[in-house]
Design a binder for this molecule. Structure first.
Ligand code: ADP
Length: 369
């Protein structure tokens, strides 16, 4: 098989014009972080978050051109955003739309049909990947039954009150992301017995009584499953949409479909499905093992008309870094998984801002009787 080199990639990219007549995408400095692993080529294309929508066509064209190079069988081109110096760490300009919660533009739920599929891992890495696109991101851990977000972010201690009256709490911050979790407030290993209404009021408090400093996207790690608590949560939180995490075999067992149905019931658009633990590439033999079967999520997504956002392979590094509070996207920026999560994030943001989401307009029936 032909070995792909960085020069092969650059020479193809140099033939693609940059927007605004600024020469080609390479000379305009839009291409960065080219990584080549076998037949997989990954790199970033810089865009301002406001222009993600228009850049999508360019991104697709660039990806197609790279796929045309002999020896390339996969191209992952992530749109990344460069912060302008004036913006610093401030929130991106807020548009007319918003979540109704001060300073938070979009709330998205990360959900799964059952536990253990990697929902929290996906939520955290998706949040960090959104941050790497230049967006301001917050994470709310709504998984009250097993709050794992503090551990995944390597955070402990208690949130401080934001004022002398102690009315609000300051979120914790790690890797540039503001985080709030019930896990900060309740000692670890304390068995928690939650009834539905208690869950709702605890979460409403965490959401509304935290002094968030604004966010383009708040990622909510939902409790696993599709019971009444999840349904109420989906209904009572002003969600822009939901991302469903599933393993390949889980889709075959219709757990993820239950998740889709739940959001359909409460009119929350499903942004798409992420297939986690898709396959495992053996470090020793280099072969790809499809432990749980593969492609189930993609086929199912196509069949039911829900966007497929990508597949995240099983990887010991993902697990190891999650366990030690150093999520892969924050700590291994050049890893394949980081590129894959960023690709998911780019699609999520494009769909949030692309105007394709939104609750369906009511059907108007003209009754001329
Ligand atoms: P959930 O929130 O669905 O219960 P978690 O995110 O806690 O699931 O993940 C369950 C376990 O699987 C964790 O130990 C996590 O580190 C591991 N895990 C999740 N995704 C992957 C992956 N792609 N590769 C390897 N391990 C993973």
């Amino acid at each position: 098989m032909a070995t792909v080199t960085q020069d092969d990639v650059l020479s193809v990219l140099k033939r693609i014009a940059a927007p605004d007549g600024r020469g080609n995408v390479v000379s305009a400095g839009l291409v960065s972080g080219i990584a080549i692993q076998g037949g997989t080529v990954m790199f970033a294309l810089t865009a301002s978050p406001q222009h993600v929508k228009t850049m999508e066509a360019l991104r697709a064209a660039v990806e197609k051109a790279v796929l045309g190079i002999k020896g390339v069988d996969k191209a992952v081109v992530a749109l990344t955003a460069e912060r302008s110096p004036q913006q610093g760490g401030q929130p991106q300009p807020q548009g007319q739309r918003g979540s109704g919660i001060a300073g938070i533009r979009h709330l998205i739920a990360v959900a799964s049909g059952k536990g253990g599929v990697g929902k929290s891992t996906t939520a955290v890495n998706l949040a960090l990947a959104l941050t790497s696109l230049g967006l301001k991101v917050a994470v709310l851990d709504a998984d009250v039954y097993g709050p794992s977000i503090p551990k995944l972010f390597g955070l402990n201690g208690k949130p401080e009150p934001s004022d002398a009256a102690g009315k609000k709490m300051k979120p914790m911050t790690r890797y540039g992301v503001e985080v709030m979790s019930i896990g900060f407030l309740v000692p670890e290993d304390t068995p928690m017995i939650w009834r539905g209404p208690m869950v709702m009021s605890a979460l409403t408090q965490l959401l509304r009584e935290t002094e968030w400093s604004g966010a383009d996207v708040m990622v909510i790690d939902m409790p696993p499953g599709t019971g009444d608590v999840q349904l109420t949560l989906a209904q009572q939180t002003p969600l822009s949409g939901a991302v469903i995490v599933s393993t390949p075999q889980d889709l075959a067992l219709i757990d993820a479909r239950k998740g889709l149905n739940m959001f359909a019931k409460v009119n929350v658009p499903v942004i798409g499905i992420v297939e986690n633990m898709s396959y495992f590439t053996c470090g020793k033999c280099g072969e790809r093992h499809e432990i749980f079967g593969h492609g189930g999520a993609k086929e199912e997504a196509e069949r039911i008309g829900v966007p497929f956002l990508g597949e995240i392979p099983l990887d010991t590094e993902v697990r190891r870094r999650s366990d030690s509070g150093e999520p892969i996207v924050a700590t291994l920026p050049d890893a394949l998984h980081t590129a894959l999560y960023r690709d998911v994030a780019r699609q999520v943001w494009a769909r949030l801002e692309g105007g394709k989401l939104g609750r369906p307009a009511p059907r108007i029936v003209v009754d001329d009787q």
